[in-house]
Write a protein that binds this ligand. Sequence first.
Ligand code: ATP
Ligand code: MG
Length: 371
Amino acid sequence: MNLSLISEKLGIPEWRLRGAIKRHSVQVLGYRGREVLVFRKDVAGVERGTVVFGDEVVRGYPKIKRALLLSAALRSWKAEQVAVEEKLNGYNVRAALVDSRVVGVTRGGYVCPYTTSKLREARECRRLLEDNPELMLCGEAVGTSNPYVVHEYPEAGEFGFFVFDVRHRDTNEPLSIPEKRRLLEEYGVQGVPLLGVFRREEAADRVLEIAQRLGAEGREGVVLKDWEMVEEPLKYTPSQTNLSDLRHAFAYPYDYGRDFLFSRIIREAYIAVEREMKGEELSDAAAALGRSILLPMVESIRRVMKGEVLGESYELEFRSEEELLEMLEFLRRQGVSVQVEVLEEGGRRVRLKKLRHASTDRIRAVLRSGT
Ligand code: ATP
Ligand code: MG
């Protein structure tokens, strides 16, 4: 690989890149006969999830800061206008051309075979990228048929891809919101909904209202962005989202990190304060938080008592058995343990159960020993 060319493209010193490879912060892999670099950590300002195919760079999607108290977070916002985009609940995918073909790269920097195959069915993304090969489409893959995050969106059906940022793949420089919207519209590529644009002073109140409405509709939340995309964006989620994350995570309490669980409990406290909850409203919120923690754990313990192995199921459709095998190999390499149930002859429709061994084993041990 031409590391000097790659470091130049990434704008980092070559010795930093070599050092990172030696420390395994950057992994060297193969993809379709090419050497590939995957950034497993940030290196000299180059984001985790960055991937380099030969010498074709796809930069990692940057972290988005979370607003816990909207009013306070927006006080340090410098831009006058706040654009409110919907935050869709799926998984982050960057679509870009590699060897002149569309690939779908996960947040961590791996080409997901399933997502890639789905993206290749959409002609619009391909045309946009063929005309603008220096760009990548950063979007959320959502719907009911994927092996990562199942969430029903009436507008997406089984699989939908909604673009939220268009960025230069070498530098990660984003297009402004109006430029992005114009380009997506020109090619007929779906973008995430823009829910409103507000003056900074009124934004916190409007966003609280919007978030509450989204929460009631079972939708995840919002991302606040500067129209010019200069200011750092902020994400915000309503209570319902935090509680549904907790319900999911506490069903597998030993598989999720404590930070994941704790951070979501903390968010509820700030929401209660910002919304000035008192009396009955506050005690209802407390009960709802408690339910989202206790009930899933009790249910999981009872499942293990009955001899079940904990896990979540995903129904997927593949175009061929070869594609299924490729996806299973991909998941295996990611360290995911799955059980496969074929729902249709030829292995095209399958149910994958991701097994949660850590939680199953530890609960089993407590049930056996009592300690
Ligand atoms: P982060 O590293 O950003 O904290 P996370 O895994 O904790 O990531 P989330 O809490 O889901 O992620 O929030 C950020 C993610 O939200 C983005 O990586 C992206 O996949 C998703 N997202 C959905 N809608 C949007 C949107 N409109 N704009 C930006 N990101 C969005
Ligand atoms: Mg997400």
